[in-house]
Design a protein around this ligand. Structure first.
Ligand code: ADP
Ligand code: MG
Length: 354
């Protein structure tokens, strides 16, 4: 198990990057705790796989260093780094049996056969393939093969870290849920450092103690699911996390009052905004109350999603979403109030104030 330091990492795939835009990773500088469960979350193309491959040693960064427990491993191979990695698609030996596929990483390390057997059987149970142990991997379905890949990643319990790159993409939804909770259990049991790449916020939020949100080659926020929900550092994070995402409205700050369209709201603190900065107000749909009081809105659509209703409306000339409980009333002349404690202020898209 290891503490991982990402020391001013930058990466460009091309030979001679001409501008910042040519960098797949712009500047990643962070320390990840030994034994932490991290989810790397962000839209497709933001650099998650690039960062993961740099941590594993499949890729060397254009600039910067990687340290494991203070030791520079930037130029060491995956094997030398003692890392297990599970990819999006199965990587297994088709001609070997399921059992031998799982035993391989252990035998390769010279683990004694009784211990190999014990570990392999444990993993076979976990991935629900105990009855398939003697079958050749070739005949299995895609999701069974992926379960073997996952098992191969988990079979060793002496690795510095386990890295997962969207490993459950091809697994069916129910099994996904089962495997995710088993991963969590194994993590608690063995305490390995775990980095799990996903573009699915539900997966990230249920799985990790720390969610690392990436956008355009950078880490924009690292936090617990609650921190990301309540205090998104960036309008992008607010929008990307939560469903529907945070509402963002153009705003003008004057001391502790905020003007949005014709309306003025008062905060109990003064956001420190530089003169002339473009400011925005962020508020989650869950923290807007719809009633007969407050500021006028016009409703364009109500989506019933079972336990809640999502109301699409126009406020101060902009579209907003409001989450209303299933039995919530929708008044004929609707008005809204914003919970002042739930208002986030952004200047040039980064959060300011308390
Ligand atoms: P993610 O995993 O978040 O979808 P990637 O790390 O795969 O993102 O990609 C980040 C950026 O780097 C993208 O713009 C992608 O097109 C580019 N990229 C990824 N792999 C390569 C490669 N082998 N050669 C050139 N560009 C690449
Ligand atoms: Mg990827």
């Amino acid at each position: 198990m290891a503490r991982i330091n990402l020391d001013h990492i930058r990466h460009a795939y091309g030979e001679k990057p001409k501008s910042e835009a040519d960098y797949a990773l712009k500047e990643v500088h962070h320390e990840w705790n030994d034994g932490g469960a991290y989810a790397l979350l962000g839209p497709s193309g933001c650099g998650k796989t690039t960062l993961l491959n740099i941590i594993s040693g499949l890729l060397q960064p254009s600039e910067g260093r990687i340290l494991f427990d203070g030791k520079d491993v930037t130029y060491l191979s995956t094997q030398q780094r003692n890392i297990a990695q599970v990819f999006q698609f199965p990587v297994i030996y088709d001609t070997m049996t399921v059992y031998d596929n799982l035993a391989f990483p252990l035998r390769n390390r010279g683990v004694a056969e009784p211990e190999v057997d014990r570990r392999v059987r444990e993993i076979l149970e976990m991935i629900d393939l105990a009855g398939w142990a003697k079958k050749t991997a070739r005949g299995l379905t895609a999701d069974q093969k992926q379960k073997i890949s996952l098992g191969r990643g988990l079979v060793r319990n002496d690795v510095n870290a386990i890295l997962f790159d969207e490993p459950l993409t091809v697994i069916d939804p129910h099994m996904k849920w089962v495997l995710r909770s088993q991963l969590k259990k194994l993590h608690r049991q063995f305490g390995f450092t775990m980095v799990y790449v996903t573009h699915d916020q539900t997966e990230a939020l249920t799985f990790a103690d720390k969610v690392v949100v990436m956008y355009d080659g950078q880490i924009v926020q690292i936090g617990t699911p609650a921190e990301l929900f309540e205090k998104p550092s960036h309008t992008f994070v607010g929008y990307f996390i939560g469903s529907p995402g945070m509402n963002v409205l153009p705003a003008f700050i004057d001391g502790n009052s905020i003007r949005v369209g014709e309306e003025t709201l008062t905060l109990d603190y003064r956001p420190q905004v530089a003169a002339g900065a473009k400011t925005e107000l962020g508020i989650r749909p869950e923290f807007i109350a719809l009633s007969r009081e407050g500021m006028p809105v016009s409703i364009s659509k109500v989506e019933d999603i079972g336990r809640q209703k999502i109301v699409r409306a126009e406020f101060a000339g902009k579209p907003i979403a409001i989450v209303v409980p299933e039995d919530g009333e929708i008044p004929a002349e609707p008005r809204v109030t914003f919970d002042p404690a739930a208002i986030n202020i952004y200047a040039d898209s980064w959060r300011v104030g308390r």
